[in-house]
Design a protein around this ligand. Structure first.
Ligand code: FBP
Length: 551
């Protein structure tokens, strides 16, 4: 056998032709809707974005062929990886070349810093063909540098002018698209003639609204995690001896945990937004888990699965207060950074926290308390993916069960295994849904650019219908904005979409979770993503999307 450089699936996927909305096939005409408003704080947002506020929604329809001017475009991948990023770029590339073969596409390397540091590559047929329908962001790399200083914007303008770039596409989450909006406004104000278009990316699924039905990557990542959860459940149900505590990525919102619960029907799934709404403490969460474990033990079932959203810790009100005090206390704190030992750091922190937070801090296992003081990301967020909540919960649950056993109220056996699923799914080969959706998002961006638009996010809607019926167009990013306090100052930001407790996905989960907790066999085993085969196996969107759209 010859040395293999690609798997058979990699080879087959390179020639997969993503499905597209009918309006993107052939020539396109733009239909402009009524003027838009921001979701809240209209007066403030209007003042901050005088040039890009209130622009109309845009939808594409089939129209007569038209000649487009030559454009140069720069693309940036921003933040965490999400399956489909390469297809946004290939859709953008194909769209640009179809509109005018002289168009050029440059990739800024390693995230927004590539624009500022003038680190770029011109994308060609050869490069693009190598990355079609693949996972990962390695075509140009990604990064989390925040674009927020005028000096950075000007450095960006400098390289754009040098390369003949008239538009930048920023593929990112809520923070990156907020920056895209600010950059778009800045370039109009300064008359730099550089357009900025955003694309909704994040496996977390929290960049969505009426016009952006889902962020790309959520579908694939959740399918990968659900496959793994299903496999674990089948193992649990075969061996009948372990409780599996599975933490799932999703920095803030619990969309991933909820979607995986809908796909795999575990015994327990914690939803952070519900914990916050009920004002629960960590002990309340532990008590809920313990109750299910005891009940199952009473019927002889000493095994099960618990899904835990990564962001949980920040939604427990007392923990939230502690984290926010730590954020303030540790921001640019050279004294803290100069301390050598963990013990010194612990003493230092304890001395400065409020009495309530200090009590919470002291009640945490030392390892978890230490994790809460690790470096923040460039947006000032605690890096929750580094906090091992599943281990914390296992420890607390085991303690509580031991107490109940001593009181004769629990007769079962508790053996646990912990898991964390995040990086396993972020670079998976995109599902058909994500491959099609992202290609269309990129293609849509190419049209918005060629039509001279700026400050828009590429939008593809009606996603539970066949791809042919999807609706493509653009949404003004200012429409998604509101004012929020960040680092002590009011800032315009895209509203993060948390799990809605009155939304159909949560309602469905709420209706069935009791039977999933008790039943001998309610597990579902989703199996691996299928790329070829019947459409009901290969082209299903997420359950969240189906339920949200009443299907
Ligand atoms: P984005 O919001 O940038 O898409 O990233 C999401 C995410 O995958 C989170 O789910 C996770 O908490 C975080 O990135 C992990 O960050 P890192 O890649 O820096 O470890």
């Amino acid at each position: 056998m010859e040395l293999m450089t690609k798997s058979p699936l990699q080879i087959a996927r390179s020639s997969y032709q993503p499905k597209m909305p009918a309006a993107l096939k052939g020539s396109v005409v733009l239909k402009e809707g009524a003027a838009t408003q921001s979701v809240a704080d209209q007066e403030d947002i209007k003042k901050l974005f005088p040039n890009t506020y209130g622009m109309p929604l845009i939808t594409f329809e089939n129209g007569n062929a038209k000649e487009y001017p030559v454009v140069g475009v720069g693309v940036i991948l921003s933040g965490g990886q999400a399956p489909g990023g390469h297809n946004v770029i290939s859709g953008l590339y194909d769209g640009l070349k179809a509109l005018n073969p002289k168009n050029k596409l440059y990739g800024f390397k390693n995230g927004p810093s590539g624009l500022v540091d003038h680190d770029y590559v011109e994308l060609t047929d050869t490069i693009i063909d190598e990355y079609r329908n693949t996972g990962g962001f390695d075509i140009i790399g990604s990064g989390r540098t925040k674009l927020e200083e005028e000096e950075q914007y000007e450095k960006g303008a400098e390289i754009c002018k040098k390369l003949g770039i008239n538009a930048i596409v920023i593929i990112g989450g809520d923070d990156s698209n907020t920056n895209a909006c600010v950059l778009a406004e800045y370039y109009v104000q300064k008359k730099h003639g550089i357009q900025v278009i955003g694309c909704p990316k994040t496996i977390d699924g929290d960049l969505k609204n009426e016009m952006i039905e889902t962020s790309f990557g959520f579908d694939t990542a959740c399918k990968v995690y659900s496959e793994l959860i299903g496999n674990i459940q089948r193992d649990a149900n075969s061996a009948k001896k372990y409780w599996h505590f599975i933490r799932l990525m999703g920095r803030s919102a619990s969309h991933i945990a909820l979607e995986c619960a809908l796909q795999s029907q575990p015994n327990i799934c914690i939803i952070s937004e519900e914990v916050e709404a009920k004002n629960q403490t960590l002990n309340d969460v532990v008590e809920e888990i313990v109750q299910v474990i005891v009940q199952r033990a009473d019927t002889g079932l000493n095994f099960g699965t618990v899904l835990i959203p990564e962001g949980l810790i920040e939604f427990i009100p007392a923990m939230k207060k502690l984290i926010s005090e730590l954020n303030d206390l540790l921001a640019h704190n050279d004294d803290f950074n100069a301390l050598q030992t963990e013990d010194e750091k612990r003493q230092y922190v304890k001395g400065l926290l409020s009495p309530d937070s200090c009590q919470v801090y002291r009640s945490l296992p030392k390892g978890i308390a230490r994790q809460l003081t690790l470096d923040r990301d460039p947006h000032g967020n605690v890096q929750v993916s580094l906090i091992e909540t599943e281990k914390l919960l296992i420890e607390m649950v085991a303690k509580r069960l031991a107490m109940l056993k001593a009181e004769g109220k629990y007769k079962g056996k508790f053996a646990s295994i912990n898991h964390f699923f995040g990086y396993e799914g972020r670079c998976a080969i995109p599902s058909n849904f994500d491959a099609d959706y992202t290609y269309s998002l990129g293609y849509t961006a190419s049209i918005l650019i060629s039509e001279g638009k700026t400050g828009y996010m590429s939008s593809v809607r009606n996603l539970t219908a066949p791809a042919d019926e999807w609706i493509a167009g653009g949404v003004p990013i200012t429409m998604m904005m509101n004012m929020e306090r960040r680092h002590g100052k009011m800032k315009p930001v895209i509203q993060k979409a948390l799990v809605r407790l009155d939304g159909a996905p949560f309602k469905y989960f709420e209706k069935y979770r009791k039977s999933w907790a008790d039943d001998k066999l309610s597990y579902i085993y989703p199996g691996p993503i299928q790329y070829y085969g019947p459409t009901e196996v290969c082209d299903q969107p997420s359950k969240t999307l189906l339920l949200e759209q009443g299907k």
